[in-house]
Design a protein around this ligand. Structure first.
Ligand SMILES: [Fe+2]
Ligand SMILES: [Fe+2]
Length: 156
């Protein structure tokens, strides 16, 4: 499998959606589980027919609300330093989704598709820089050690 040429799956322009990559793993299982769901929902949005886009974007909005408020709770309940810009990023994503939903309802699938492509671009960076710091913080508090991440050999 490892020798097969692969497209750049971190790019929003990758054909066929947004496959999960073990490079997204943070080593804190509750966050990793939520992130699998995030990637799955964005993948479904990228592959969606126009007729299903609205319902899927609504599902994504519900996921994002829960995902972001849980991370906020984890940060605030442990006095995580620097939660402010992390929460700002979450809020910006939610604001964009809530802005686009009524436009999509009015038929602007083009705007919805741009948003979805932007979500696919946003997530790997957010997970790598912001969420991974939170995961390390939580694991270190609990165990005194950095999280261990086991990735498949051909993880991209
Ligand atoms: Fe997250
Ligand atoms: Fe986050």
């Amino acid at each position: 499998m490892g020798s097969r040429p692969e497209p750049d799956t971190h790019s929003a322009t990758a054909p066929g959606g947004m496959p999960w990559s073990d490079n997204f793993l943070l080593g804190y299982e509750p966050m990793d589980a939520v992130h699998r769901e995030f990637v799955q929902l964005v993948d479904q949005l990228l592959r969606s027919a126009d007729v299903d886009l609205y319902e899927r974007l609504e599902s994504f909005e519900r996921h994002a609300q829960a995902h972001f408020s849980e991370e906020r709770r984890l940060m605030e309940s442990t006095q995580y330093p620097g939660s402010e810009c992390h929460i700002d990023e979450h809020n910006a994503v939610l604001a964009s989704v809530n802005q686009v939903l009524p436009l999509l309802k009015a038929g602007r699938t083009d705007i919805a598709r741009s948003l979805v492509a932007e979500l696919a671009r946003w997530f790997p960076q957010h997970a790598q820089y912001m969420d991974s710091s939170v995961a390390q913080w939580l694991v270190r508090r609990a165990t005194g050690a950095y999280p261990l991440v086991f990735r498949h050999r051909d993880a991209r």
